[in-house]
Design a protein around this ligand. Structure first.
Ligand code: AR6
Length: 167
């Protein structure tokens, strides 16, 4: 099953790389970012300090330290402002760039959280449709990536992703 959706805490997943929904400072925060930093341990913050931040729509990697995943790919989703500030293109870019970074690390399995749909306020239906379509398209260019997991925190989000996956 190359692309699937699950309901889980992303910090528990046994995949090669997990994606973090970070902010431009890359210095930690709440939500999934806070959970990843807590689970990886303080070495993750020290490593992130060396990265000099990350632009919205871009992605940068670190080791996973205490996580089961070998790598964390930190990406920065757009803040939702109503849809007329390039939010969709920036969100697509997060998924594309994260998979490019994953391919450059030669990882086989990647898990994404639902980028921008928490604190950043992106509507879940539109965000999930973008996530699934962008990943399906990008995987055609990255033959080494064998599986992508959409890691949903809530049952409601999982139901949305499952609809998008069969569309
Ligand atoms: N595993 C999987 N998903 C999770 C977890 C977890 N452990 N914890 C939360 N989620 P958010 P954003 C879900 O707010 O909207 C941070 O402070 C959550 O339910 O984490 O991109 C950063 O530093 C939601 O579905 O990220 C930024 O400042 C999804 O992850 C800002 O929040 C994303 O919610 C980024 O906001």
């Amino acid at each position: 099953m190359p692309i699937e959706a699950v309901q889980a805490d992303i910090t528990h997943l046994n995949v090669d790389a997990i994606v973090n929904a970070a902010n431009t400072s890359l210095l930690g925060g709440g939500g999934v970012d806070g959970a990843i930093h807590r689970a990886a341990g303080p070495e993750l913050l020290a490593e992130c300090k060396e990265l000099n931040g990350c632009a919205t729509g871009d992605a940068k990697s670190t080791p996973g330290f205490k996580l089961p995943a070998s790598y964390v790919i930190h990406t920065v989703g757009p803040v939702w402002h109503g849809g007329d500030r390039d939010e969709a293109e920036l969100l697509r870019s997060c998924y594309r760039r994260s998979l490019e970074v994953a391919a450059s690390l030669e990882v086989r399995s990647v898990a994404f959280p639902s980028i921008s749909t928490g604190v950043y306020g992106y509507p879940i239906n539109e965000a999930a449709r973008i996530a699934v379509a962008t990943v399906k398209q990008a995987l055609n260019e990255h033959n080494g990536i064998e599986s992508v997991t959409f890691c949903c925190f809530s049952a409601e989000d999982l139901a949305v992703y499952q609809v998008c996956l069969v569309e």
